[in-house]
Design a protein around this ligand. Structure first.
Ligand code: ATP
Ligand code: MG
Length: 420
């Protein structure tokens, strides 16, 4: 223990558990890499206005949860609370939309920061894998992303998750719905904060989880009844494509999501084993965002999946990922000469691609064998003075317990053959 602790609402990833997080990130991104998405990385902070304009002043993310800072040079920055606005900003800046065919398909993985009330599944620093398909209005693209997320969760072995689907309409039909909803909400008995929200972001009121609010929302106008013909047809096509792909979803007309930029398709992946932090991922179409941040019209769709909550979901379902041991061979030297000889062998093994480790620190045989066990290595190589005098090392198979003398010169070849 040092004098310091990880800041409130954050936690460290340390071995061996950290391997699970790496595997989850890998599994969440694998379907994207297999589907034409290119990797993009953006800075951990951006001009604060990118988020206030892009994500929206009236959202919780911007109004309550953003970490903002003023630099010594006087710039107003924010630690990124989400990925979409940054990725779109970067794609526009690099002119990716002008270089080749649309859509530009991108994936990313990284840390995000939100000043939230910390609780299980809700942290101030968390990790997401995300995907954005920029510059095409095509229901097959919306369907593709939902299908790929479904595939990612399934390859991890998750079963108890559900896909919630809705359409938020577009700039033609949503304003008409918004008016109708505002009219309905203004008649309700609500606190001042919620009343303010009716003006700023009335759809968000539908998302209020409090029972006393939910009770009053029965009978509220639903967006589905207001969708224009184009939005209706688009949504039907997304639903048909998902059904054809065998992906099961639930229509959820209350699903609005917390960001202002969504239009038409919105979806969320919820896991039933996570209590109130049930959303493991979410996304949707954001046809107006590019123009909101000063770019050309680029209809787009994307999602972000939470790595932390996906790990919690695995735990909730009792799923143990099969993680290959990171070390194949562990070398245990007995004596000074053996140290030099085996250290050289470890280097040689590593150079040919065999994961190998070494008993550092000159501890005795017992301690070294403990380290060998803990490393999970399939083989240990032990050598003392007598072995070296005979030109051999002792190769022990940690699974079967069998041990054999192997000529020093043949060791690397022998190990590679056994591991193949
Ligand atoms: P919630 O409704 O739980 O606050 P959200 O709608 O704010 O979620 P998104 O902005 O859609 O979340 O982010 C996508 C995913 O990132 C979420 O589904 C969740 O898995 C994860 N996530 C978001 N905020 C946090 C957080 N504070 N801690 C851990 N994971 C988070
Ligand atoms: Mg949130």
């Amino acid at each position: 223990m040092s004098t310091f602790k990880a800041p409130k609402g954050t936690y460290d990833l340390t071995p061996p558990d950290s391997a699970k997080y790496l595997a989850v990130r890998e599994a969440l991104s694998a379907p994207l890499k297999n589907s034409g998405y290119g990797y993009i990385e953006t800075p951990g902070f951006e001009d604060v206005a990118l988020f206030s304009r892009g994500v929206g002043e009236s959202t919780d993310i911007v109004s309550k949860e953003m970490y903002t800072l003023t630099t010594k040079g006087g710039s107003e920055l924010a630690l990124r609370p989400e990925g979409t606005a940054s990725v779109l900003r970067a794609a526009l800046e690099a002119n990716l939309h002008k270089l080749g065919n649309l859509p530009v398909k991108l994936w990313y993985s990284g840390s995000y920061y939100r000043y939230e009330r910390p609780q299980k599944g809700r942290y101030r620093h968390f990790s997401q894998v995300g995907a954005e398909a920029i510059g095409a209005e095509d229901p097959a693209l919306d369907a593709e992303l939902i299908i790929l997320a479904d595939q990612a969760y399934r390859t991890l072995g998750l079963q108890n998750f559900r896909i919630l689907l809705n359409s938020l309409g577009d700039k033609e039909c949503r304003p008409i719905y918004r008016d109708a909803l505002q009219e309905f909400l203004r008649e309700l008995d609500l606190d001042d904060d919620t009343r303010r929200r009716i003006d700023l972001n009335p759809l968000r009121v539908l998302d209020d989880k409090r029972p006393e609010v939910q009770k009053q929302l029965v009978g509220a106008p639903v967006l589905r009844d207001y969708l224009c013909d184009a939005c209706k047809a688009y949504h039907e096509e997304v639903r048909d494509l998902l059904t054809a792909a065998g992906v099961v979803y639930e229509d959820d007309e209350k699903l609005v999501r917390g960001l202002d930029y969504y239009t038409r398709t919105t979806f969320e992946f919820v896991h039933d084993g996570l209590g109130s932090q049930s959303a493991v991922g979410g996304g949707g179409r954001y046809d107006g965002l590019s123009e909101m941040i000063g770019g050309p019209a680029l209809p787009s769709v994307g999602w972000a999946l939470g790595v932390d909550r996906t790990v919690l979901a695995l735990e909730a379902e009792g799923i143990e990922l099969e993680l290959p041991s990171s070390t194949s061979v562990f070398a245990v030297p007995l004596g000074e000469e053996a140290r030099r000889v085996l250290f050289a062998k470890v280097t040689e093994l590593r150079r040919v691609g065999v994961a190998a480790d070494f008993a550092f620190g000159g501890r005795g045989l017992k301690g070294a064998m403990k380290s060998a066990n803990r490393s999970g290595a399939r083989f240990t190589v032990v050598a003392g003075e007598r072995d070296l005098a005979e030109g051999v090392v002792q190769l022990k198979d940690m699974e079967s317990g069998e041990q054999q003398a192997v000529a020093l010169d043949a060791l690397v070849a022998e190990v590679r053959q056994k591991l193949a």
